[in-house]
Design a protein around this ligand. Structure first.
Ligand SMILES: Cc1ncc(COP(=O)(O)O)c(C=O)c1O
Length: 424
C-alpha cells in the first residue's frame, strides 16, 4: 500500500513523476543500516545523501532531541532567541572562524549558499561599489534555488532556467597542468573589478562527480582573487564536519574564507538546517543600522531549537576521541580500498579524500555523464545486494556514516565488485 500511495501522491526529488520505479519503503534505521517494510536490510553507504555521519537513530542524539522537545519545539527567531542556538552558533564560530565572525541560520544547503551570495552582493552595494558577478568552478553544484543554481554548472539540472540565471564567470577545476592557464584567465576576469565573490566547494566537488583537487591549487586561486578584494565563499555543505579528513576542508588552507556554508551533516543528518558563517570584514559593511544596510533575509524555521539540539549533540560526538579514531580508521580503509580498486580494468581515476571513495566506471565515451544509463545498472545491483549506493552517472562512490563497521565495509567492497561485473 505504501508503494501504491507513494506513486499516487508523491513527486520525488530529481525525478520525472511518471517514470519512477517503486521507492523503497523504509521503516527503521539503526547505525549504518536501513530496514524496509518487507524485512530487507540495506547498508546506507552514501549517508542518506551525505548527511548522516554518526549512523541512524543514534541514542545520544535521540536523547538530546527528546530533552529539547520537552522544553521548546520552535520559536520565532526574530526578537527572540534560545540557548541551543546561542550554544551552537558559538561552537560554529569557533570552528569556522577561530572565535570571530557570526552565524546566520537558514534551512538547508541551498539557502546557506543563497545567504552567502546575497550577503556578497549587498556587501559591495553597502560599500558603494557595483560588483554583481560571481566566479565559480566548472562542474560546480551549489543547490537548487535560483541563486545557488546560477553559480552551479549550466547542465541538465539548470537548462530549463538558463535565461533567468545570473552572470557567472567559470574557471576549470585546477590541476598541475592547467593552473598557470587558469591564473592567466583569472587575471583577465579580475581586471574589470566586477567580481563580487568566488564560490567553491573546497577539495571535492560533490554532485559534479566527486571531483577532487589539491588544497595548494585552491590556495593559489584564493590568493589571486583576494588581491582584488574579491570575497571567498567556501561551500562546505558536503565537505564539512570531518568528511574530508579535517573538520572543514577549508582547514587545509592557510587562510580562512570570508564566508562558509554548512548544512547536511550539521545536525548529524537528523534535521534540515543551514548555517552561513560570516567574517568580520563582511559584517563591518552591515554595522550601520539603516534600512538600506539591513540584511532582509529570513525563514520561518530559522534557528529551530530541535535542529540546534541535534547539531549540538552531533558536535559533542565529533569531539569524542573514540569517534575521531573511528573517522581515522575509516580513512585508512578508504585508502586501502582505493589502492585495491585502482587496478580494476572497468575503472579509471579511483580517488579518495578523507572518508570519500570515488571511481569512474569506464564507458565508451570518456568523461562524466550524470544521466549515463550505467547508473541504473550500478544502483539496482547494489540494492539487490543490500547496499545503498547512488552513482552519479558513471561515477560510483562510497561516502558512509563514520560509524560503519568492518563487516559492512566488506559487504560494500564485495558489492562494488558485483556492480562492476554487471557493467562488463
Ligand atoms: C556543495 C553543496 N552545496 C549545496 C547543496 C545543496 O544542499 P541542499 O540539498 O540541502 O539544498 C549541496 C547538495 O548536495 C551540495 O553538495
Amino acid at each position: 500500500m505504501i508503494k501504491e500511495n507513494d506513486h499516487r501522491y508523491i513527486w520525488h526529488p530529481f525525478s520525472s513523476w511518471s517514470a519512477e520505479p517503486d521507492q523503497v519503503p523504509v521503516v527503521k534505521g539503526k547505525a549504518e543500516f536501513l530496514y524496509d517494510a518487507e524485512g530487507k536490510t540495506y547498508i546506507d553507504a552514501i549517508s542518506s545523501w551525505w548527511v548522516n555521519i554518526h549512523g541512524h537513530s543514534h541514542p545520544y542524539i535521540n536523547q538530546k532531541i527528546a530533552e529539547q522537545l520537552a522544553e521548546l519545539e520552535h520559536v520565532i527567531f526574530s526578537g527572540f532567541t534560545h540557548a541551543p542556538a546561542v550554544t551552537l552558533a558559538e561552537r560554529l564560530v569557533q570552528k569556522a572562524g577561530g572565535g570571530s565572525g557570526k552565524i546566520f541560520f537558514s534551512d538547508n544547503g541551498s539557502t546557506s549558499v543563497e545567504v552567502a551570495l546575497k550577503l556578497a552582493i549587498q556587501f559591495w552595494k553597502n560599500r558603494g561599489e557595483q560588483r554583481t558577478v560571481f566566479l565559480a568552478f566548472e562542474g560546480a553544484y551549489h543547490g537548487d534555488t535560483f541563486g545557488s543554481m546560477s553559480v552551479s554548472e549550466r547542465d541538465v539540472f539548470t537548462q530549463a532556467f538558463e535565461k533567468l540565471l545570473f552572470n557567472v564567470e567559470y574557471i576549470p577545476l585546477p590541476t598541475e597542468e592547467n593552473i598557470q592557464d587558469i591564473r592567466r584567465k583569472l587575471a583577465g576576469i579580475l581586471e574589470e573589478q566586477r567580481v563580487a565573490a568566488f564560490i567553491y566547494e573546497p577539495l571535492v566537488q560533490g554532485a559534479g562527480g566527486m571531483r577532487m583537487y589539491a588544497a595548494e591549487h585552491l590556495q593559489q586561486l584564493v590568493t589571486l582573487v583576494r588581491q582584488q578584494g574579491v570575497l571567498c565563499i567556501a561551500d562546505e555543505v558536503m565537505t564539512g564536519f570531518g568528511r574530508t579528513g579535517t573538520f572543514f576542508a577549508s582547514d587545509r588552507l592557510p587562510e580562512r574564507p570570508d564566508m562558509l556554508c554548512m548544512s547536511k551533516a550539521l545536525t548529524g543528518g537528523y534535521l534540515p538546517m543551514g548555517a552561513t558563517w560570516v567574517n568580520e570584514q563582511v559584517l563591518s559593511e552591515f554595522r550601520q543600522a539603516t534600512p538600506e544596510r539591513t540584511f532582509y533575509h529570513g525563514h520561518s524555521f530559522t534557528g529551530n531549537p530541535i535542529a540546534c539540539a541535534a547539531a549540538n549533540a552531533s558536535l559533542d560526538l565529533l569531539g569524542n576521541a573514540a569517534v575521531q579514531q573511528g573517522i581515522e580508521e575509516l580513512e585508512f580503509r578508504m585508502v586501502a580500498l582505493a589502492d585495491e580498486f585502482s587496478a580494476h580494468p572497468r575503472l579509471q581515476d579511483v580517488r579518495v579524500c578523507g572518508t570519500i571513495l570515488a571511481m569512474d566506471v569506464r564507458v565508451p565515451d570518456e568523461g562524466y555523464f550524470y544521466t549515463h544509463p550505467v547508473k541504473k545498472i550500478l544502483y539496482d545491483t547494489a540494492l539487490e545486494n543490500g547496499v545503498l549506493l547512488r552513482p552519479m552517472g558513471n561515477v560510483l562512490y562510497v561516502l558512509p556514516p563514520y560509524c560503519i563497521r568492518e563487516e559492512s565495509l566488506e559487504q560494500v567492497r564485495q558489492t562494488l565488485y558485483k556492480c562492476l561485473e554487471k557493467t562488463a
